[in-house]
Design a protein around this ligand. Sequence first.
Ligand code: PLP
Length: 781
Amino acid sequence: MSKNQINGNSKVYFDCNATAPILKDACQAALWSMERVYANPSSSHIAGAEAKLILEESRLQASKLLNVKSSEIYFTSGATEAIQISVLSVLNWIKEQSKKDVSFQKKKILISKTEHKAVYNSILHWKKILDLNIEIMQINVDDKGHVNLNEIKEYLNETVFLCTMAVNNETGLITNLKEIEKIIRSSASKVFWLVDCVQALGKLSLNFNELSVDYATFSGHKVHAPKGVGFLYLRDNAPQCSLIVGGGQERGIRAGTENHPGIAAFGVILEKLNKIKDGCIDFHFKSNHELLNYRKLLLNTLMEAFPTIEINTDMENSVATTLNFSVYGFSSKELMRVFDAAGVSLSGGSACNSKSLEYSHVLEAMNLPEWRKASAIRLSFGLTTSQEEIFLGIKNIQAAGKALRNSCLNLTCKISDESENQSENSLIHGITQLEYDSSNTWLISDINTKSCVIIDPTFESIDRLISFIKCKNLELQAVLDTHSHADHLSARSILLEKLSLKDTAFDPLGWNSQTCILNFNSSTWELERFETPGHTLDSVSYFLKNKCSIDEKIECVFIGDTVLIGGLGRTDFSISDNKLFYDTLRNLDNKLHANTVLCPAHDYNQSIVTTWGTEKRNNILLKKLFDPVNLMNEIDFFTEKKLIDSQLLETDIQGKLVCGTINNSVLTDKSLPIITIDDLDENIYDIIDIRENAESILFKDWKILNFKKAPKNIPLTKIVNFFNHVINNENKNKPIALLCSTGNRSLAIAKSLRRIGIKNVWSISGGLALTRLKYENSINY
Ligand code: PLP
């Protein structure tokens, strides 16, 4: 089986705005350059002259396409470098002028808020390096992303440098360059104008004989040429400054031996675009009409597959190849994983780092509602995308939509009749952890009695909880908080209201049993309320007891902010009490055993859950408190706790209150618990797929990847049940190998299990991505 067969059968690539696949003809040109025309274009022998010819032919094609002189084209390593040269040239010119006593005090550099980061960061960088005192003004855009022309007009007389883009890389929006030109060229003062044309090449006609752009930047890998090649159009007479000096290549602007294979390949693409411009048909490149038709098909499919979709792209004013959208109820990350599992590669509009959510600056500038920013996805196909790929994409998108609907986490959830989900019950039964921005919401559901309880609901989890409860026909028995919050109200009442349920609780935290036991109609578990004041005066913990075990063992404790993973809840609020906190920790120790799983209200360092024994071993203050040799007295505890709290940040970078200390150094096992796919024996290891169920059921390539059968699926959101099982059966377990799409999520779980003392657990390095790559390599070489 060939590499293409695998890719062609199941996967479709819709991330061409990031990098487009390289056209075969371009590959061949690069190969020819490497195998046959490999001489240095600066050498004076015939071989060198041949290489130079190819270089100049590519330059000629670029100049022809833009209707400019070939001497105005400079090859670079890509658009980012071309942007640096433009910015450095203008800023250096400003510096030179300042030396001649020209004042730039009131002058401005204008840049649209939706420019690629390369432009803004480059301006900041060179301004700092050149020590310039000139204001950078970011121009606002409207909710569709169009730059505010009035702002350009307003600042026109003070503007020296204007940076705009022809097409936005995230939304596909086309900028009306003619309108901007009209404005800036109406001024008596000279404005240097940079237009980032990376996403416009091949999609819009660009004629710089009729548009007074001074600098324009282009990149090969966005138009089916390789990475590492691009070019700059630099208008004659516009300021120029060398970025790299050396052997004088590219007329001294960008020295260094040229990337000849890359330029040769780019030349082939430029030549094709010129032919199309001249009216010829190229069978590889689709016409705009065809591309628009593709977009329509994809849009219709998306609307059907995801009924809560909102389109972020201004369809009337965009290139045909980009579709930016959001699906209510899902984060970009969740959607991307499901698309990935369904065989559709696309891009998330927001990035999530370990501590916070970072939204796209483009969508931020458009001032979209929070959920649309958090859920944004960019689908981008290329100029050479085939109809077969579009049809495969449609099939895979439909499958992704169905899987999400069946997962019941979709807000328009409907279990389809032909549900492929065999293990649905196991997905409902037990503890589910929903995490948003380091805050945990816990759901305990009993499939036998269809009853459930929610603990510590966050506002972000409300819609998802409601969808799950309704979809699975669960009866909500109680909504509990572990404490009142210092900075906000509980989400409890809104949740109940949205479910049209009456609040029957006896206390403000939602407890609705007259005793300290809540038998929430479950045949398996009961909850015991246990007062744990300290972090706040009203803090309580809820013990989850298994009614079937002889000693009614506490399996888990929902411990709120009293004990965090690697830390303790802060006790410096006006509603805190250090003395009570000291007693609480001692009382807890009398109740809990080492293997009791702690489910806290926060998970600040992606450790998922912990155990009481682990915290007593690793948590510095707890360790001292329970040191059997040197028992810590109350006074010493207060002093140390006060010191720890005084070192706490009041709020995190998003302005949210930090609820306790986290000491990462307590993560004892520093070695990476990873195993490569080559070392994995299915007979020896218990392989567990920890992706969410929707991802798992979409994946069909197990046999192709040499797995005898699909591994057991325990989604990350249900992994706490697995922790519970593993910790109590440690010696009976086979070694465990965890699998996800890229190896990140499985590594977090493996580390967490190691942290609680499970030695024989591993994350499969590189996940399914690496497994697939290795397999494809093995059949190709
Ligand atoms: N400008 C835009 C609009 C882009 O989309 C990109 C690539 O993401 C760049 C600039 C940077 O291009 P390169 O990767 O060639 O440096």
